[in-house]
Ligand binder design. Structure first.
Ligand SMILES: [Zn+2]
Length: 292
């Protein structure tokens, strides 16, 4: 559950937030009996039968004899320790099903396991892409103190990258601004979003994205909540803002159509797993509250 800092609740279960999982460094030296291993291959994971299906084969299958290349520490929860085991491309696991895209596991896994799956894929990718120092090219090693890679030759410390992106619900009276990207399925509309530029504040990014994509000026920007969006490494930061001027003028590049929609005439909306939909649902509920 996310709550904003002004005390106004924005109820949204962030699907990819491992809030329950703590990092603890140094990581345990030996794998304990309470070890949960996530099997990762490329950017996907293996899941195992259960209801719901699970990332963790447990002991039902005895010792799985799998060609594990690297084991990456993820964190712990109580006495249970979580690791990601990296498998070579093309590995088949007879008792498990490989999902190349964790996005497809929404509503297949529990929310907790979905979050762990996304963290495991991220951490395996981080390990794979930081084996050598980006500054001097020497081999790196994992830090024992924190989630990072250390270069002993030049001292550079490399952390997992997160790319901040803003997403904003723009309101005008009883309508909101929705737009279509050429990447969307036919009919689907969403609120505006975009990556934060280097050396830009979040407020500047919100103003710029709305102006660039629709020609609209906004005011009164307020933070509502955020969500890790691991496709591949965004952090979506959600805002609500009020219309302050301008006519819709689309760029026909990032946006192919845009318009104002009221609650009774909404187009197809993004899936419920996304923060964009959570923000729109928050606005719909706000209108229902007012009508009641
Ligand atoms: Zn170096």
């Amino acid at each position: 559950m996310i709550h904003d800092t002004t005390g106004k609740p924005f109820d949204h279960t962030a699907m990819f937030s491992t809030v329950f999982l703590e990092s603890r460094y140094p990581e345990p030296d030996v794998l304990t009996k309470n070890t949960n291993m996530v099997y990762v291959r490329d950017n996907g994971v293996y899941i195992f039968p259960g209801s719901p299906a699970t990332l963790f084969p447990g002991w039902d299958y005895g010792e799985l004899d799998l060609p594990v290349q690297h084991v990456q520490y993820l964190g712990h929860r109580g006495t249970a320790v979580y690791y990601a085991a990296e498998m070579p491309s093309g590995t088949a696991v007879s008792v498990g099903t490989f999902y190349p895209n964790i996005r497809e596991l929404y509503s297949v896994l529990s929310d907790d396991e979905l979050a762990i799956a996304s963290l495991a894929v991220r951490i395996v990718d981080f390990n794979r892409t930081t084996r050598f120092c980006g500054q001097c090219g020497a081999k790196t090693r994992p830090s024992r103190q924190e989630r990072a890679k250390v270069c002993d030759a030049c001292g550079l410390v490399t952390y997992p990258r997160t790319s901040p992106a803003i997403i904003v619900l723009v309101r005008k009276d009883d309508e909101i601004l929705l737009a279509r990207s050429p990447r969307f399925p036919p009919g689907l509309h969403s609120i505006l979003a975009g990556f934060v530029d280097p050396a830009e504040t979040l407020d500047e990014a919100v103003h710029r994205e709305v102006r660039e994509e629709t020609g609209i000026e906004i005011a009164n920007i307020r933070y509502l909540g955020s969500e890790p969006w691991p496709f591949p490494n965004s952090l979506m930061i959600g805002f609500v803002a009020d219309y302050a001027g301008g006519e819709i003028a689309i760029d026909n590049n990032e946006i192919i159509s845009a318009g104002w929609f009221d609650r009774d005439h909404l187009p197809d909306l993004p899936s419920r797993m996304s923060i964009s939909r959570a923000l729109i649902d928050w606005w719909i509920a706000e209108g229902t509250d007012r009508r009641a």
